[in-house]
Design a protein around this ligand. Sequence first.
Ligand SMILES: NC(=O)c1ccc[n+]([C@@H]2O[C@H](COP(=O)([O-])OP(=O)(O)OC[C@H]3O[C@@H](n4cnc5c(N)ncnc54)[C@H](OP(=O)(O)O)[C@@H]3O)[C@@H](O)[C@H]2O)c1
Length: 283
Amino acid sequence: MLTGFGGQLGREWVDHFTQTGLEFNAFGSADLDITDEKAVDKVIADIKPDVIINCAAYTKVDLAEDESERCAEVNTLAVGYLASSAAKHGAKFVHYSTDYVFSGVIEDRITFPKGYPPNHGGNPQNVYGRTKWEGEEFIRNTCEDYLILRVSWLCGKHGNNFVKTMRRLASERPEINVVSDQFGSPSFTDQVVFNTIKLIDKQASGTFHIASDGLISWYDFAKEIIRLSDVNCKVNSISSNEFPQKATRPAYSKLDCSETEQLTGVKIENWKTALQRLIYKLV
Ligand SMILES: NC(=O)c1ccc[n+]([C@@H]2O[C@H](COP(=O)([O-])OP(=O)(O)OC[C@H]3O[C@@H](n4cnc5c(N)ncnc54)[C@H](OP(=O)(O)O)[C@@H]3O)[C@@H](O)[C@H]2O)c1
């Protein structure tokens, strides 16, 4: 059972199910509002899924600062409904979370050079991150068989993301400004689906990270996107102060994926390789 099938990760899952012929039931927000507790439980009781994959989320990070109640309904309360119903009906619950659950201070680049480990405590700095952390806590307190999979800087061929935005801006403007003082590593939706399947196959349960190998700034990322896209556009480095946003963003939010790598036995892919594949798909 898949929720949030209309989003960028949800659509990647639909592609995977369609290509592999795996039996699945997918729900968009119009078919199943996950904030409707009774509807959620009824669907799960009817379908009796082996696995529930939740790709539904409130993801408008800046708007969340003004819509904190709605954000919490979707990212915390509704996640609790899904988790409780999954536990009641014996389904494994697979849920996606974010690097924004961590404090993201730049000093942590020294403390955690490989990235934040999955068991590091949450200390979110914005509403979206706080609601996602509280959603995670619901799952850890409710389910025995679950996967909380944190991803960062998510991008793929579907929906809106940084890669597509940079390509569009580069085709419209002679130069673009991109922040160079926020560091992390992108998660690509095809990598996320692949690693999720590997973790399910290994019967893993707990909190894990899925992102690509390497540590870059948004500026580094933009430069490589433009280079691979073969467009003539200059990328200028700016600081976060020069690009004010409503929600505070982490300065450092790399996710340590070693536990995922050890468990799946598959080396985490470098961001440049994964980006090259995505650009090829977008052409
Ligand atoms: N995007 C990122 O950069 C990023 C980074 C880190 C982590 N993540 C996490 O990764 C996961 C997937 O993100 P994404 O980028 O694929 O998100 P997305 O493209 O914004 O998709 C989210 C989906 O959730 C659906 N949804 C929202 N409220 C719902 C509700 N009440 N009931 C049912 N469905 C609802 C939306 O449907 P409608 O559009 O119809 O409302 C949308 O299809 C999320 O858990 C997100 O928090 C994302």
